[in-house]
Design a protein around this ligand. Structure first.
Ligand code: LMR
Length: 395
């Protein structure tokens, strides 16, 4: 049986985790996988999460199954977080999933059941795992223009002309905020135009929202989704609590959908549940139970929003200090775009040799193409070391 196997392609992000771990150099700088790190290089458990864990421990009376849809308080709180208080709850549904990745895959599998001939379009570039997820469902996947590789801003003209060729046979994947890998963001005006085009041409919007609250605020990071939901009849959103609640290993996500009517939303949700049941059956409880507790309790929610703000402000602060250090070290404004990017990542657009030299000569790790996790820098000394290394390899 297994002798027929060829080794599968390596996932560059997962591979990098192992490489960094095995590097004995104490001065190594880890800007690889997308986890938030504090000034000490740690990915802490949020203190509000610890509090909720204590409450949960005291209150939990059973470990019986949570059900295929998971925690219903979690589902409705996450829907409200994404779609806002004015969400059309008549037509919006959600189910808890194992992480944002689980939400992406369940939504994709569900859509493939109803629209196997449609083509999925992802941004160029996009998160590496988008391709295997949508292809794994059976879809053909292609890309539409997103990044201007010179300015590292969104190439909105090319993006809009790419999207204008798409229509009812297409599913278009959008990053709701904090684009991964580029960090280049769309403005509210851009989203208005995109939503108008979706409604006019009839392509189906599929949002990946893994970083709500890491860009500018919980509200403004959801502008894209809220605008689109007002314009189109149906859409889906995969959201993740890995980053904004720091619950990476608890695999906590939500698959959401907006249907044309309450009735179609109900049937689509039933299909989603059926997809989940034939995959992992039921989601794990712990992370979603904590999130439900935090979002439903005004005091805990306030504490969470403050902790989220601290994480966001650390990243924004690092962005301006980094671009300043790079301006001084390189003597050029070439890296100023880092300050304008949002979320955890910026794509520096480096070639293979440059990424390799950062690793071997400077113990600085980033993902292929030069995607850096900004939060990987601990202090002023590391910011300067990173700036020196980057200028040295790009000179
Ligand atoms: C990343 O892009 O680094 C994160 O989303 C983690 C992952 O699973 O790839």
């Amino acid at each position: 049986m297994f002798e027929k196997f060829e080794p599968p392609p390596e996932d560059p992000i997962i591979q990098l985790i192992g490489i960094i771990r095995n590097d004995p150099r104490p001065e190594k700088i880890d800007m690889g996988v997308g986890v938030f790190m504090n000034d000490h290089g740690q990915t802490p458990v949020l203190s509000v999460v610890r509090k909720a864990e204590e409450l949960l421990h005291a209150q939990q009376t059973t470990k019986a199954y949570v059900g295929v849809a998971g925690n219903e308080t979690f589902n409705s709180e996450i829907i409200r977080l994404a779609f806002g208080d004015s969400a059309d709850m008549q037509r919006t549904r959600g189910i808890q999933t194992p992480g944002g990745c689980g939400a992406l895959r369940m939504l994709s599998d569900m859509l493939y059941r109803v629209a196997p001939d449609r083509k999925v379009w992802v941004t160029d570039p996009t998160w590496g795992n988008h391709y295997p997820i949508f292809r794994g469902s059976g879809f053909e996947v292609d890309s539409y223009p997103y990044l201007d590789w010179n300015t590292r801003t969104v190439d909105i003209d090319r993006m809009m002309s790419g999207l204008s060729t798409l229509g009812q046979g297409d599913i278009v994947v959008f990053h709701a905020c904090c684009h991964n890998p580029s960090g280049a963001e769309l403005s509210p005006d851009d989203w208005d135009e995109i939503a108008r085009l979706a409604s006019q041409n009839g392509f189906f919007p599929f949002f990946d929202m893994a970083y709500q609250g890491f860009g500018d605020s919980l509200q403004s990071d959801a502008y894209s989704i809220r605008k689109m939901a007002r314009e189109v009849e149906a859409m889906v959103v995969a959201s993740s609590c890995s980053k904004n609640f720091g619950l990476y290993r608890e695999r906590t996500g939500c698959a959401m959908l907006v249907g044309e009517s309450a009735a179609t939303a109900d049937v689509a949700r039933a299909q989603l549940l059926n997809t989940a049941r034939s995959s992992y059956s039921m989601p794990p409880d712990h992370g979603a139970a904590l999130v439900a507790m935090i979002l439903a309790d005004p005091q805990l929610r306030h504490e969470w929003e403050e902790e989220l703000r601290t994480m966001r402000e650390r990243i924004l602060g690092l962005r301006s200090r980094m671009s300043l250090a790079l301006r001084e070290t390189s003597g050029t404004p070439d890296w100023d775009f880092i300050a304008d990017h949002r979320g955890m990542f910026s794509l520096l657009v480096l070639d293979k040799q440059q990424v390799e030299r950062l690793r071997t000569d400077h113990a600085v790790y980033c993902v292929a193409g030069g995607r850096i996790n900004i939060a990987g820098l601990k202090n002023a000394d590391e910011i300067q070391r990173f700036a020196d290394a980057l200028v040295a390899v790009t000179r």
